[in-house]
Design a protein around this ligand. Structure first.
Ligand SMILES: Nc1nc2c(ncn2[C@@H]2O[C@H](COP(=O)(O)OP(=O)(O)OP(=O)(O)O)[C@@H](O)[C@H]2O)c(=O)[nH]1
Ligand SMILES: [Mg+2]
Length: 366
């Protein structure tokens, strides 16, 4: 049968053949992305790191910092293979309250230690990601010389997670950096509490930056932090501040006398300096090097590193147990309700904890 659309009067209504449309994806972009994303094998990572390839080192550190289990698995294998190449460095912890001049000091300290050659990695522990959003060390304007130095590697603190988690990542990053030939490691932390303990547990020398103040400052510093210090340095000893800095130094020296003698056999020293004007910086590092010679001679250097390895083994166990517990789906289901019951006083904290732990361990046995 003749269809009306085939009649003469509708002839003009044919659909024109279109022209080929370009792909909606930019082909160049795709290429670039592929090149960047090429996965490295574990051997690629280890080879690259041992050769001192900074790009590979950075990517490995990113894996260490990643929370994804598949990344963690690769990271752990890379770390294990790098371990034999690590250890050959001086690790220095640098702590001080906000504004003490950590960034300014690290810049001059870094240039000073690099004068002797070698390579410097600057890492950080800053669990208070809220405060900083990664700003500790993010502030490269105060480290302008070091951040462009060819022999330096500056890495901000891994931001997410518990203090233990953040510290473990920094500790693992130290191993990778050492395997990559970095023979000087600085670990910065902001001096407000527990993060010093974490830094102390991974460095050979703990340097505490202080400021001269009104004389009340000694009360403000936690005894525990001062006790950890192998050296206390009073910054901003310049201009009209020199006398105040010297006074503060003598107060610190007196305070240190009241503490028990450190296990290392080393008497912690107190020095004044100015990071900004580069005054007394050499003396600070002469002190650090003198300490290293001293503890290498009396065996404390190796002892402390072994103790630290032991500490990190237990820390690692604790962290994994905690993770496994809190990621357990049954526990996650029970927790909110039990928490409410504890708050209402229906259940004691201990009974609630025991119930959760019993459930967790029973689940493991199945
Ligand atoms: N006069 C003087 N000022 C200094 C000195 N060192 C640092 N400053 C100043 O002190 C301020 C703080 O210095 P930073 O190096 O940013 O201190 P920070 O400890 O890194 O501070 P946060 O990153 O906030 O924890 C800056 O304005 C510096 O210019 C110094 O030796 N003398
Ligand atoms: Mg800073």
């Amino acid at each position: 049968m003749e269809h009306p659309e085939n009649s003469e009067e509708y002839k003009g209504l044919t659909v024109n053949k279109g022209i080929e449309q370009p792909s909606s994806v930019n082909p160049y972009l795709k290429l670039r992305k592929q090149a960047k994303k090429r996965d490295l094998t574990i051997a690629d990572y280890v080879d690259g790191i041992v050769k001192g390839d900074i790009t590979v080192l950075s990517r490995a550190v990113t894996l260490v910092e990643s929370v994804r289990p598949e990344h963690q698995q690769i990271a752990q294998e890379v770390i294990e293979k790098c371990l034999p190449y690590s250890g050959n460095s001086i690790r220095v912890g640098i702590s001080g309250v906000p504004g003490a001049g950590k960034s300014t000091s690290i810049d001059v300290f870094g240039l000073h230690v690099l004068e002797k050659g070698g390579k410097l990695a600057v890492l950080a522990i800053d669990p208070s990601s809220e405060r900083s959003k990664g700003s500790i060390l993010g502030d490269k304007t105060r480290m302008e010389k070091l951040s462009v130095h060819p022999d330096s590697f500056i890495r901000p603190s891994p931001s997410a997670g518990s203090l233990g988690g953040v510290a473990r990542k920094t500790r693992e990053t130290i191993i990778l950096c050492e395997a990559a030939g970095f023979d000087k490691i600085f670990v910065e932390t902001v001096g407000v509490g527990q993060s010093e303990t974490a830094v102390h547990s991974m460095v050979d020398f703990f340097l505490l930056i202080q400021l001269a103040g009104t004389g009340d400052e000694l009360q403000g510093i936690k005894r525990g932090i001062m006790e950890m210090a192998d050296g206390i340095i009073i910054n901003k000893a310049d201009g009209s501040n020199i006398d105040k800095a010297k006074l503060a130094a003598s107060q610190f020296r007196n305070a240190l006398h009241l503490f028990p003698a450190p296990e290392s056999g080393w008497t912690p020293q107190v020095l004044t300096y100015s990071g900004f004007y580069n005054i007394g910086v050499k003396e600070v590092w002469d002190m650090v090097y003198a300490y290293v010679d001293f503890v290498k001679a009396n065996g404390y250097f190796d002892y402390r590193r072994n103790e630290q390895s032991k500490y990190w083994m237990y820390e690692s166990i604790n962290e994994h147990l905690r993770d496994s517990f809190y990621h357990n789906p049954i526990i996650n289901e029970m927790l909110p309700d039990l928490e409410k019951q504890v708050l209402r006083g229906n259940v004691t904290s201990f009974v609630a904890a025991k119930k959760l732990l019993d459930t967790y361990f029973a689940g493991l046995k199945q």
